[in-house]
Design a protein around this ligand. Structure first.
Ligand code: GRF
Length: 221
């Protein structure tokens, strides 16, 4: 079965672009069946138009409430019948009612080694905390922000003299392969988001998988 992916994005869309390429190249056994956004003018939306991907974007302030925006967007998501929803730089908090419509089917890429630094400005906060290591995490979306079970992580070193920008660039370069490997593993069945547990190669996952230098996921040592 080819995995039907819905992508949520608010910004430049480099993770979305990486997903599109990986599907086209056959590295992910699936396809992006729709991209959804709270930012009609975003880079991600421009990319969707260029690539001919079905897109839905509305400004949240044209809705009466947060839940009304979510309901409209998740109706549109529902209409494309996704197997997996990937939040790839989607910067708006999603309400619990919308999340409950797709239990165990929604993942997010977050630029830190969760549970460290949930929320915004993760690179600056890693520097301020004096972290020797930083990275990115792919996790299941639950109503609590950036707090769902972590599927996989990639680690990068923090260097002397790093700024939030240099560190962000180092993380982003590894975020893409992390997201692609995670989605490919779901598409291929090695990684399963079951209701009772997350399973890696049939066994419940106890610790997040790690992305190796070979760009593959490995069980934590
Ligand atoms: C990524 O760092 C993602 O982890 C974060 O926002 C950034 C989005 O980048 N939440 P892009 O829009 O995919 O280029």
């Amino acid at each position: 079965m080819s995995l039907r992916l819905a992508v949520l994005a608010s910004g430049r869309g480099s993770n979305f672009a990486a997903l599109l390429q990986a599907c086209a190249a056959g590295h992910i056994h699936g396809s992006v069946v729709g991209v959804f956004s709270d930012k009609p003018q975003s880079g991600a939306m421009a990319l969707a138009a260029e690539a001919g991907v079905h897109a839905w974007a509305m400004k949240p302030n044209t809705f009466e409430t947060r839940d009304a925006f979510d309901a409209a967007m998740f109706d549109a998501i529902d209409a494309v019948q996704p197997d997996l929803i990937v939040c790839a730089g989607y910067m708006r908090i999603i309400g619990a009612a919308a999340i409950a419509r797709f239990p165990n089917r929604m993942i997010n890429i977050h630029p830190s080694l969760l549970p460290r630094h949930p929320g915004l400005h993760t690179h600056q906060r890693a520097l301020e905390a004096g972290d020797a290591e930083h990275g990115a995490s792919v996790h299941v979306v639950i109503p609590e922000l950036d707090a769902g079970p972590v599927l996989a992580q990639v680690r990068v070193p923090v260097h002397d003299g790093d700024t939030a920008e240099t560190l962000a660039a180092r993380v982003l370069a590894r975020e893409h392969p992390l997201l692609l490997a995670s989605v490919a593993a779901v598409a291929g069945g090695a990684l399963r988001l079951d209701a009772d547990a997350i399973r890696w190669q049939g066994a419940p996952l106890r610790e997040p998988l790690r992305l190796g230098d070979d760009d593959r996921l490995h069980a934590a040592p």
